[in-house]
Design a protein around this ligand. Structure first.
Ligand SMILES: [Zn+2]
Length: 138
């Protein structure tokens, strides 16, 4: 089994009028040359449904230099209608994210939940402070 020390939160960087299912992201990532397809392990849709991406035991492709020991979780959204970074999470997404992260922390008790931008400050992703919001998940 992989050793997981980080759970990294992402957004899919789509506008409110754009969809990004796990299948969509799988296509986009294959088009970018990811031969294993979708780089995230989970995608949270606007309706709160949790779609599986890469199996947890397979190394993801979502945060350069940190994939080996991390799980990548992506919510659908992250941009406003003008394409500016924004926390667009719906209440359903917030509930599902928290439930998924609670489960993942049980599977990987020594992991930290952080935002993509914590590791790559040049990015806005995921457009909110995941480490602060989920600091209570133990
Ligand atoms: Zn990201």
């Amino acid at each position: 089994m992989r050793t997981i020390t980080l759970i990294i939160i992402h957004c899919s960087a789509v506008k409110p009028n754009q969809q990004s299912s796990a299948a969509d992201i799988d296509r986009w990532h294959r088009a970018r040359g990811f031969t294993r397809g979708i780089g995230y392990h989970y995608v949270i849709r606007r309706d709160g449904s949790i779609e599986p991406g890469r199996p947890e035991e397979i190394i993801g492709a979502h945060c350069q230099g940190h994939n080996k020991y991390s799980i990548g979780v992506c919510y659908e959204g992250g941009l406003d209608l003008n394409g500016k970074p924004a926390d667009t999470r719906t209440d359903a997404q917030k509930r599902s994210l928290r439930a998924l992260l609670t489960d993942l922390r049980k599977s990987y008790p020594s992991s930290l939940i952080i935002s993509h931008h914590d590791l790559n400050p040049g990015k806005a992703c995921p457009c909110f402070d995941a480490a602060q919001e989920y600091a209570d998940i133990r």
